[in-house]
Design a protein around this ligand. Sequence first.
Ligand SMILES: Cc1cc2nc3c(=O)[nH]c(=O)nc-3n(C[C@H](O)[C@H](O)[C@H](O)COP(=O)(O)OP(=O)(O)OC[C@H]3O[C@@H](n4cnc5c(N)ncnc54)[C@H](O)[C@@H]3O)c2cc1C
Length: 446
Amino acid sequence: MTTRDTKYDIVVVGAGVGGICAALAAARLRRKVLLLEESKEIGGTGVHSAVSLICSFRDKDGRPINTGIHRELFPQAYTACKGLFDAEETVPTYDEKELKRTYEHLLKAEPLLTVWTDSRVTGVRADSSSGKILDLDVVSGEGEDFAVRADFFLDATADGNLSALAGADFQMGREEDGKLQTATVTFKMIGFDPSKLQNPRFTTWSGIHSLRKELTVYYQQLKDEGGTRNPRPSVLCFPYPDGRGVLFNSTAITDVDPTSAESVAAGMREGTEQALQLASAVKRHPAFAEAEVEFIAPKLGVREGRRVIGDYMLTADDCLNARKFDDMVAACAYSLDIHDPLGGGAKLVKIGGPGYYHIPYRSLIAKGWKNLLLSSRCISGTHEAHSSYRVMSGVSAIGEAAGTAAALAIWSKADDARDVPAARIRYVLQAGGQFVEGNVEKVPLK
Ligand SMILES: Cc1cc2nc3c(=O)[nH]c(=O)nc-3n(C[C@H](O)[C@H](O)[C@H](O)COP(=O)(O)OP(=O)(O)OC[C@H]3O[C@@H](n4cnc5c(N)ncnc54)[C@H](O)[C@@H]3O)c2cc1C
């Protein structure tokens, strides 16, 4: 029987980008934090589903608007790329193994932060009349049970699993039919010969667009032969930063329900099959004749799950019209990007005005709950708005804000997350280097 410390100030459930940024932010404010992850390793989607592209984090003039922990995760994207999508600019991408090492390095540096992997939250004891979570049931991979207590709980499970266990309200899918964006199994190919490509500079935007076009010809052949069920119309791929690999984000599995283990397992089987079929088509290109699949991502890439109802629901109009909120605590510059739930490819719509929008603190607070904050892509927003802030730049800013808010709530002995003024959260975020807008309120020294 393992003896573990089971009382913390803050428990963050889920160690993807949102949970890691939340845990770092709270621990750096000297709160005692537990980060729980059900997988054997930390990293979540960005590591184990390998997504490659560092999605836009700059306004229309190229100024970064996610300058907090996101910059520590992807420093090269801030220095090497201008982010203006010029044809000859290098595509800002990352290597998932490198990202995992960065996460581990940052987490290990925090003395007040404890990480439990292989530890799944299976139940929540809550008092819904007072709107408070009391403790969590955590089951380890060895089958041991722990009751974990804290003052504040952060849902960084992406799919709102913690909130659903607590009994919080949520929505799933688009309004008309409840359908979710497609899921994807990504894979990496290496050992190809760029000199045989029409544009060998495939690490640039013009080069990667040219490569996608060339490969789509062979993919279309495969489709015409009936060699795949993949509904996507074309090939989507990205270069690895070292210029030696290509990440294919190009399989599409419809109707995956991320809240059902059976559905996720079936999606993984279908996606793996599609990945191998696509790889065989890619190898028909002379540049890829000797190429091999280096890995198939071990985790199904799920784009969308539960969206927990919060005090405010962010909408597509808010995003596209670059809406500003008095209680902004994060910002996002990425387009609305809906991967057609029926499999027909992705549709991108750019953010208007300055090219970014505010994410209000109210969207991070689960409605009716005092000590439950949302710190991953499960925040309160519509299907369309979610398609934008779900990317790692948006989610890292959401996580950092949620972790900061929880730490300040404990600092000020607040009973309810709502008692922490957004201007105070902004003050602390700004002091840590994060981009904020609006007035700031100094945190009194204790
Ligand atoms: C195929 C695909 C391609 C994408 N492409 C890009 C891209 O190019 N660029 C980009 O920026 N973004 C991209 N995204 C989006 C982005 O990667 C994710 O939305 C983002 O990483 C989600 O982060 P998160 O912290 O919200 O969730 P996750 O990283 O999914 O982390 C949630 C964690 O919670 C854990 N968890 C869940 N339930 C429990 C529980 N009960 N107990 C304990 N732990 C639990 C999970 O195991 C997981 O590790 C893509 C997504 C997909 C699926």
